[in-house]
Design a binder for this molecule. Sequence first.
Ligand code: LLP
Length: 432
Amino acid sequence: MFVNDCLNVNEKGHLTIGGCDTVELAKEYGTPLYILDENTIRNTCRSYVSSFQKFYNGNGMPLYASKALSCKELCRIANEENIGLDVVSGGEIYTAVQAGFPMEKTHFHGNNKTAQEISFAIDSKVGKFVVDNLYELELLNSIAKEKNVVVNISLRIKPGVDAHTHNFIRTGQIDSKFGFALETGEAFEAVKKALSYENLSLTELHCHIGSQIFDIDPFVTAAEIMVTFMGKIKNELDVTISELNLGGGFGIMYTSDDEPVPYENYMEKVSVAVKAKSAEFGLPVPYIYIEPGRSIVGEAGITLYTVGGRKEIPDIRTYVSIDGGMPDNVRYALYQSAYTVVNASKADKEPDELVTVAGKCCETGDLIQEHTKVANVEVGDTLAVLSTGAYNYSMASNYNRIPRPAMIMVKDGKSRVIIKRESYEDLVRNDV
Ligand code: LLP
């Protein structure tokens, strides 16, 4: 009935998630409210782990890209599900450390890691640095030297694959701020340079072609290009790079127009390509990492809002105002992202009314969705926006000094807070 398996409708006609009545949850915890379904998250983690077992002799590990949603509970779940973490800032590293995450299973990304972050990451025993540029290579080596340690590194390569997704989230092409380009020879020079540093140990190559991608072919092409590059390194430098990180980007369902492929199919096809290319170049089959973010938490999450006023503009549109908006979900304002909106109070009714869901900020573009069909919306109804688990909380702001919502985790009819609602006091905490 819904795009997300964890959702259902109960005898009161209310939307449920993980066996909990969303209208009751809205009453108990207040709105706006982020909700995550634990079983969905764990099942997705397990399907990634089992796809490695099934198609690649277990010779690899998924890393959860915590930029999709970083909080201590997600780090704990990732650890319990035997997956690593992709972290992209000092803050994400700190979160993982605070959660007791085994830091050797983290990869540190970012196109401009500061000296302070690098130093903190080394002290926190981050497992691998995914180096983006020559300046970082030099800086990382000098900080590692000062600390008298050798750090494991990967190099972020732009494989030149053009994934078909939103312009802002395409990263594999040459005109991208991330990584070293293959076509220009920049990547090969970076490998030579990396090998020359005493305090760096190059064991991995990395690529990430973009996000919210449904087609498996570009992933396969990128994997083939990367192994071919590993072959060139072996032939010309007599160096074997033993690990390959293929990034994340697997698409999820926001509306019924989206058709994600089962995540298993990804490893099935990519492992065939990697094995074949490795054999072609006489390379050992590499250990593989992938970095799913959105697909681990996206469909597991929904956001609840309470409807305030309605504004009917004859022959134009009907605005329905909610008690949240771009501070908790900026994705429509930023990317015109499609979402499914459900009247959680009347989830058993046909979505027959065309409305524009507007946030409460002083900003015309503060919309969650335009011209979307929802069952007869009245003041006080609970609205649910589906598939908000990824890149909502993690991109949230305090615009208009609106406190960030709480996040709760539901599982088999039970709920618990995993991130507390911000208070007004939190908002002024750093004001002097
Ligand atoms: N690995 C790297 C190096 C990445 O840059 C990203 C996402 C991922 C993994 C995870 O990709 P995922 O599996 O989540 O697609 N804010 C945008 C998405 C930006 C993605 C940035 N990098 C959005 O809301 O759609």
